[in-house]
Design a binder for this molecule. Structure first.
Ligand code: ADP
Ligand code: MG
Length: 238
């Protein structure tokens, strides 16, 4: 069964419809990329899956549970924010522990999960630093670490690389691909960058103008674009 299912999901802001009848099924462990031009509704769709934005129509299921009326904390997915949103006065360890302490997890289990995540992300030597003492790429890893310790069913990443300079963006992209191979957790990654989508995705959801244009593997959307838009945005230049 699909891990995350959207059925006819719609969204309006005031009188403006920004998403209309969006449907898709995401399999457990897939790396899915929402790709489309700025303003096409990628962030809004991701925020609806996370529960940060209400749906105006349709249904969202995660696992066998309908979640579109549940608060974010009950959906079992973790959103990794673009601006990292780390607490400046806390160390890396404290930043990664904070959410677990808040839900009352025993200290020993928190320490174990933080240590495991630190090893996976190769940030063990940074754990006593504060965010100001970290590079952009290191902060990015801590932000992902904070999500990993919650052992979510899916990671939702909204343009996580867009604040990084070109070299670091490529390196972090490669790291993210390795991280996905190690964790095998479902990832939904939002970007307007075709190269990021082509290199990271198991399947790409190409979005434009309120709707999904095509869902397919990078090869599908590149060599068999379903519409003129897809051909112009990602397709082969034949
Ligand atoms: P993307 O992430 O693809 O760039 P967004 O999901 O951020 O696009 O936005 C989709 C559309 O919805 C845009 O036209 C944007 O201006 C509009 N929008 C997003 N959030 C709000 C909001 N809170 N209130 C009104 N309009 C919004
Ligand atoms: Mg966006």
């Amino acid at each position: 069964m699909a891990d995350i299912r959207l059925a006819n999901v719609s969204k309006r802001f005031g009188a403006v419809t920004v998403l209309e009848n969006v449907s898709m099924e995401i399999e457990s462990g897939e790396f899915i990329v929402f790709l489309g031009p700025s303003g096409c509704g990628k962030s809004t769709l991701l925020r609806m899956i996370a529960g940060l934005e209400a749906v105006d129509g349709g249904q969202i299921h995660i696992g066998d549970q309908r979640v579109d009326h549940l608060p974010p904390s009950q959906r079992g997915v973790a959103m990794v924010f673009q601006n990292y949103a780390l607490y400046p006065h806390m160390t890396v360890t404290q930043n990664m522990s904070f959410g677990l302490r808040n839900i009352g997890m025993p200290a020993q289990e928190i320490a174990q999960r933080v240590a495991d995540a630190a090893r996976i992300l190769e940030i063990e030597q940074l754990m006593d630093r504060r965010p100001a003492q970290l590079s952009g790429g290191q902060r990015q890893r801590v932000a992902i670490g904070r999500a990993i310790v919650r052992e979510p069913k899916a990671f939702l990443l909204d343009e996580p690389l867009s604040n990084l300079d070109a070299g670091l963006r490529v390196r972090t992209r490669v790291e993210l691909a390795h991280l996905h191979q190690r964790l095998r957790t479902t990832m939904i990654f939002v970007t307007h960058d075709q190269i990021e989508a082509m290199t990271l995705a198991d399947r790409i959801v190409v979005m434009n103008n309120r709707k999904v244009e095509q869902i397919g593997t990078p090869m599908d959307v590149y060599s068999r674009p379903a519409s003129r838009f897809v051909a112009a945005f990602v397709g082969s230049p034949s």
